[in-house]
Design a binder for this molecule. Sequence first.
Ligand SMILES: [Cu+2]
Length: 154
Amino acid sequence: MKAARFVMMATMAFALIGNLSGCGGNNASQTAAPPASETPAAAPAVAPAKMAPVGAAQKAGPFEVALSAALHVGVTKFEATITKNGKPVKNASVTMTTSMPSMGMPGPTADLKPAGAHYEGTAKTGMSGDWDATVSVKAAGASGHAAFRFKVKS
Ligand SMILES: [Cu+2]
């Protein structure tokens, strides 16, 4: 019983620290989800939310960028689809930076890595409210930026 109680206290402390971290910070360690082994077995199962477009697809230099995510407060997976003249762009370097414009708060930065037909990565949107995300794309000697604004609901 003692061990179980310690695990519960540690889990609560971890959750508290997470809540105090504001917009999610801007270092990489805060963008990573905790290993599955640290997830308490008793945690209620939450059905994964459906990915949805984050605003309209944007031009980024010669590229078109569509961004989607299941927006919520916490660690969130973002998927970017990068095309050029309607065709998928491979071997691109894709980085997403975030901020909360109304609060002047920088948010996390994430490298979006190739995953199937798109690029994906996680970023912790630590607070509800309006967020900006800029997706920077570099591929085959060309580059561009696409800007998205989205709302994270509490
Ligand atoms: Cu904030």
